[in-house]
Design a protein around this ligand. Structure first.
Ligand code: SAH
Length: 213
């Protein structure tokens, strides 16, 4: 998995395009400039790696389009050394972006094949990301509480265990809805209180129950 000057040029164009679409968070833009997206998608789609489009990965899932990754990452307001939990590892690209933002990353995937492939990409790129095969509805109690939680599949409602695993003053970004969702930002303001703001329509693959081995 080489990263050539051509790839670097295509990433620079991608980042310029994200700026023109209103992304301003420099830590997000810098991460997207450095992470080789072409390493996270099937080779047959290699030529399209830096288009602003979602692309198919295995198990009938998709890698989110760069704009969506940038938008979710910006809303998350992450900072170095924060502990972040991602639900829906998929290709592993979003997790790698959070890692490039110097966060401690924990990520959960329910498809064994995607879990295993993402582990092997993390290894090849020497990314220290904690991954697990499991059901994201349950969160990851062993490492809770988290400063940030990022859900990259569409949930019909906010999973209770994820609310519980968020630190006070922590932020969760989660698409809520059925076929189409609303990007939702939840801030835990105290042990028992949460505030919610809405950030536009989006479309993610559904968050499903249980593991697919
Ligand atoms: N963040 C990914 C996008 C993945 S698409 C990327 O950067 O490529 C959403 C992923 O969520 C899919 O891989 C799907 O299998 C996974 N998923 C759906 N429901 C889940 C659940 N309950 N727990 C964990 N992962 C889940």
């Amino acid at each position: 998995m080489t990263d050539t000057p051509l790839h670097q040029g295509l990433r620079q164009n991608m980042v310029n395009n994200l700026r023109s679409k209103g992304i301003t968070d420099e830590s997000v833009l810098h991460a997207m400039l450095t992470v080789p997206r072409h390493c996270f998608i099937p080779e047959s789609y290699g030529a399209r790696a830096y288009e602003d489009a979602p692309l198919p990965i295995n198990c009938r899932q998709t890698i989110s389009q760069p704009y969506t990754v940038a938008k979710q990452s910006s809303l998350l307001e992450g900072a170095p050394l924060m502990k972040v939990l991602e639900i829906g590892t998929g290709s592993g690209y979003q997790a790698a972006i959070l890692k490039a933002m110097q966060m401690h990353v924990y990520t959960i995937e329910r498809h064994r094949q995607l879990y295993e492939q993402s582990q092997s990409v993390f290894k090849k790129l020497s990314l220290h990301i904690a991954g697990k095969l499991g059901d994201g509805y349950k969160g990851w109690a062993e490492f809770a509480p988290f400063d940030r939680i990022l859900v990259t599949c569409g949930a019909t409602q906010v999973p209770q265990s994820l609310l519980q695993q968020l630190k006070v003053n922590g932020i969760m970004i989660i698409p809520i809805g059925n076929e189409n969702q609303t990007m939702t930002k939840i801030i835990r303001t105290s042990d028992t209180e949460y505030t919610t703001t809405l950030h536009g329509d989006c479309r993610f693959v559904p968050m499903l129950n249980d593991i697919n081995m």
